[in-house]
Design a protein. Structure first.
Lengths: 660, 238, 101
């Protein structure tokens, strides 16, 4: 049964090729269905493979399937191979599952877009790369997937490339990713140098010869790569701008899959991390600081998608906190939970944007609960989940991490708990602004009671113009929304419902009670950390749990009271937070200013002066030499005769020396 | 004089040599060298030519002393008698007897360097002649004795007409060519213009062509810039 | 005992160097030619001396040929000089300076 593994990898690739070359003939909705079916097939294959792996004994659940000998050079042997073990299977299951739902959603969301087929081409390629990333059996092949998802992220963020903001955001994402990739590459070099292999099995077997310092270096370099991919401090700046892409892209890439690649990598190399406690501390601190930082910024955002973007950064910070606390199972659990509720949040937000004719400013929404029942209900479920309210999955996973964090250091717990408060607060703010309260958009929508009798086209134009920050110009309805906002077709609402169900029931996979810790048990052969073990007393656990619950409740209460009353609260939305601590402004000033100076210096001094100078100098030297030697050519025969005489003297001298 | 003999021989072996040889050599050396210096140092070319004659005679006597009588005779007849006369003809014909100014020397460092190099060459030659081990075996490679078998002329004749027959024939050919060359070169311009051979590509119209009027436009000859021709056209020393 | 050949060789060497120096110093073309003749004579003297020292007639045959060739050379050289001097009566060796770089 595990022989179905190649199918998982190949189906999206096949979909990519078919859509690239034959997509035009398929026509619009069919191309989308084909893409969806490819990924859904991949999901089915991964279930089959999972069952196959499950049938093996726990200690035997680490199968390497080699498909192709890729680099057999000297001491370096890298193959195209897949490592089928609990971690990769857990990842691939939720990746393909969530991807299929999002593909389905996109068929309706992208309807009418002139580049409909291209969207699915890219999506399939992305899923293929992600699967390669999580299923690869060695670092290099993982890196192939790593780069692949980065590239597809670029392609998809910049999908509407004729919008300058989108193109710029795509470049930003790619470049920042690449900075992290540099760390990944260096780590690979170090790994190969010290263990002689790049296969996961080979590397982990040879860790005995790696010193603590080297392990720390490798871990920190890999962390650097993960930071780039998973948008942690300081390389998070690309994620908010990545909201320029279509909403399904945000849901898939920037909520559920690509950004989790960094966490996956960290969990995958946990044997290396185990060798270096310092790196674990660094990871934990980085995670929790990022979580808090991003949560504060999310409190001041007005764009519905940007709130979710910063929220993603914050939740990823939690996952890193989990990794740093050696609670790998908890981190993966939170990853899966987050995938469900965050994808749900994004897709629902997409539905809202769609219904609001591409309006994304929350201050211009309100009271949508009446008009979008399914969307709002599913959104509420996700809201409660992310805030950490039982029995939804977010509660269980977040609590696992916080418990492990407390075990590592109470300070981490405190910061994490503060972030819980903030998370609940900003999510409640979002819910209140969007779904409850007064419908602030009514004036611009003819056909709704209380609306002005405005002309159809001006209403559309007005809302399109007011789509301030990065208007998600969903090609969607080929005309104006004349009537009240309404739900999308079943293709769009079905994924919402499925994901909501997953958020409700998702906690079951890893409840913190002994026997039903399915996920932790499943992952334990490859990723078991001390943090997963419930070593604290039960009462302590319950106390921590109650504290976080109280904080979550407080956050919800505060948010609803403040924002239900008034939407205009500039004191709570300071410029500092709105511009995310001016991070973008600072980095552009430093880099373009300083970087510009540096490049100018290099260009003028080094390139023009030194290099060109050297090359020209050679020419000048030759000419100077020529000028000097030229003086010997007087043209007078007698001078030349003198030369001959001199030569004769030399020859005679030579003979003399020989003779004596 | 005979009584001086043992005394002199005690001083230096060369002084023990029979007087006549020494005397002849000394006198001829003086003649040769003074003639040579006369050639080099005379500002008047006629004086130089006459000094050359002096040198040639001196060399001829030395030839006799070295039992090369035939060559001595040839030297006098050909060299002193014909060649130097030819020189004098040309000097007189062309009026080059104008005195060259020996005082000025335009090329910088030419004179000191020339003297230096000359002395260096001389020193090296002398040193070489002292240090090198000349083969003093009585016979050279082709092993024909200088003496015996009818005297010097006979021996020379034997060598030339047997061993060196081919070079002999070639030199006669050479002489014919030289005669032809002299006739053609000395031809006055304007007589029987000859078509320039197509081999000659670059021609300075100022340069005297073989048998043709330098001012005449010749078909097929490109007018080339004077710079590209070795011998300058019409300009004096710069 | 005859005079040792080394003296003759020394004399020839001196004659040769005088000729060489003269060639380098003089500007008058004909005098330069005469210096060349001096050098040739020095060489002849050397050959004859060796012929005497080694008791080999080849030295003298060589001198014979040198003499012939020198004669031919003088003829041609003077012919060239005559044709040059027709055009430029004041030519000296220093006029050949078109190869100045």
């Amino acid at each position: 049964m595990i022989h179905a593994a190649p199918v998982i990898i190949l189906l999206p690739l096949v979909g990519f090729f078919v859509l690239t070359f034959g997509g035009r003939r398929l026509g619009d909705p069919s191309a989308g269905w084909l893409g969806t079916l490819a990924v859904a097939g991949s999901f089915v294959a991964s279930i089959v493979t999972f069952l196959g792996l499950h049938s093996l004994a726990p200690h035997a659940r680490s199968v390497v399937q080699t498909y192709y000998t890729w680099v057999p050079v000297g001491g370096l042997k890298v193959n195209v191979s897949a490592l089928l073990d609990p971690l990769s299977l857990a990842m691939v299951l939720f990746v393909t599952g969530v991807s299929s739902l999002i593909h389905l959603y996109s068929i309706s969301y992208m309807k009418g877009d002139p580049q409909f087929r291209k969207f699915f081409v890219y999506l399939n390629l992305f899923v293929f790369s992600m699967i390669v990333l999580v299923m690869a059996g060695n670092f290099l092949f993982t890196f192939v997937g790593w780069e692949g998802v980065g590239t597809c992220s670029y392609l998809l963020i910049g999908f509407w490339f004729d919008r300058e903001t989108a193109a710029t955001a795509a470049k930003k994402a790619f470049v920042v990713n690449r900075i992290g990739d540099f760390g990944f590459l260096l780590a690979m070099f170090l790994i190969f140098a010290h263990t002689g292999s790049l296969d996961y099995h080979g590397v982990f077997a040879h860790l005995g010869s790696v010193s603590k310092g080297t392990a720390t270096a490798i871990a920190l370099l890999l962390l650097f790569g993960a930071v780039g991919k998973s948008a942690q401090l300081p390389l998070y700046v690309w994620l908010p701008d990545a909201m320029e892409g279509p909403t399904p892209v945000s849901a898939l890439i920037h909520a559920a899959t690509m950004v989790t690649a960094g966490v996956y990598l960290m969990v995958r190399v946990n044997p290396i991390l185990a060798l270096s406690p310092n790196s674990l501390t660094v990871i934990a601190i980085l995670g929790v600081v990022t979580a808090f930082y991003a949560a504060t910024v999310a409190c001041a955002q007005n764009d519905i998608k940007r709130v979710l973007a910063y929220s993603t950064i914050s939740q990823l910070g939690y996952m890193f906190l989990g990794v740093g606390s050696t609670a790998y199972g908890a981190a993966i659990f939170h990853m899966i939970s987050h995938a469900f509720f965050k994808a749900l949040l994004f897709l629902a937000a997409g539905s809202v944007i769609h219904a609001m004719n591409d309006e994304q400013n929350m201050k211009k929404m309100g009271g949508l609960r009446k008009y979008l029942p399914i969307t709002s209900t599913t959104f509420f479920i996700a809201w409660l989940s992310i805030s950490g309210i039982p029995p939804f999955n977010g509660f269980w996973s977040k609590d696992d991490i916080l418990g492990a964090a407390y075990h590592k250091s109470p300070v981490l717990y405190v910061v994490g708990a503060a972030t819980v408060l903030l998370t609940a607060y900003y999510m409640t703010r979002q819910v209140v602004l969007v779904f409850t309260g007064q419908a602030r958009w009514v004036e611009n929508r003819p056909g709704v009671e209380g609306a002005r009798a405005a002309s159809v086209s001006s209403g559309h134009a007005a809302s399109a113009v007011s789509a301030g920050q990065g208007g998600d110009a969903a090609g969607g309805h080929g005309g104006d929304h004349g009537g009240p906002p309404h739900e999308g077709p079943w293709i769009m609402t079905l994924p919402l419902i499925v994901l909501a169900g997953a958020s409700v029931l998702g906690g079951l996979i890893d409840l913190p009670f002994g026997k039903v810790k399915f996920l932790d048990t499943w992952l334990s052969p490859v990723a078991s950390g001390a943090g997963d073990l419930a070593t604290e007393s039960a009462s302590l656990r319950i106390a921590l749990l109650l504290v976080t619950l109280a904080l979550a409740g407080a956050g919800i209460l505060i948010g609803s009271r403040l924002w239900g009353a008034r939407i205009d609260r500039p004191a709570l939305e300071p410029e500092l937070l709105q511009r995310s601590y001016y991070a973008d402004d600072i980095s552009s000033a430093v880099l373009t200013g300083g970087g510009g100076m540096f490049s100018r210096a290099l260009s003028v001094v080094v390139d023009n002066g030194i290099i060109d100078g050297a090359v020209n100098g050679v020419g000048r030297l030759a000419r100077w030499g020529g000028t000097v030697v030229r003086r010997a050519q007087t043209g007078y025969v007698r001078n030349y005769a003198l030369g001959i005489a001199a030569g004769t003297v030399l020859i005679l001298g030579f003979m003399l020396v020989r003779a004596s | 004089m005979a009584s001086l003999f043992p005394l002199l021989s005690a001083l230096h072996p060369v002084l023990a040599v029979p007087t006549i040889d020494r005397l002849v050599f000394a006198v001829c050396a003086v003649i040769v060298l003074s003639g040579a210096l006369g050639v080099v140092l005379s500002s008047n070319p006629v004086y130089a030519a006459l000094s050359l004659v002096l040198t040639l005679f001196g060399v001829a006597v030395l030839f006799v002393e070295e039992d090369a009588q035939f060559l001595a005779a040839v030297q006098v007849v050909v060299y002193a008698g014909a060649i130097v006369v030819l020189f004098l003809f040309v000097i007189m014909l062309l009026g080059v007897d104008r005195q060259e100014s020996m005082r000025s020397e335009r090329l910088p460092a030419q004179r000191p360097l020339a003297l230096l190099l000359g002395l260096a060459a001389l020193g090296e030659l002398l040193a070489l002649s002292r240090l090198t081990h000349w083969s003093t075996a009585p016979r050279g490679a082709s092993g024909a004795p200088a003496t015996g078998g009818g005297g010097n002329t006979a021996a020379l004749a034997r060598s030339i007409f047997t061993t060196y027959l081919l070079p002999f024939e070639l030199t006669s050919l050479l002489l014919i060519i030289a005669v032809l060359a002299a006739v053609v070169l000395a031809r006055r311009p304007g007589q029987h213009p000859i078509e320039p051979p197509s081999l000659v590509e670059t021609e300075d119209p100022n340069m005297p062509m073989i048998g043709s009027d330098p001012d005449e436009e010749i078909e097929g000859v490109r007018n080339v810039d004077a710079e590209s021709v070795a011998f300058g056209g019409g300009r004096g020393p710069q | 005992m005859t005079l040792s050949g080394n003296w003759f060789l020394a004399l020839a060497a001196v004659l040769f160097s005088i000729g060489a120096v003269g060639l380098l110093i003089r500007r008058n073309v004909l005098v330069m030619f005469m210096c060349v003749e001096l050098m040739l004579n020095a060489v002849n003297l050397t050959f004859v001396t060796f012929s005497k020292m080694l008791d080999d007639i080849n030295g003298q045959s060589l001198v014979f040929f040198v003499l012939v060739v020198a004669a031919a050379e003088v003829v041609v050289g003077l012919g060239i000089i005559v044709s040059i001097f027709r055009r430029r009566p004041n030519a000296t060796a220093d006029d050949l300076n078109m190869l100045k770089g």
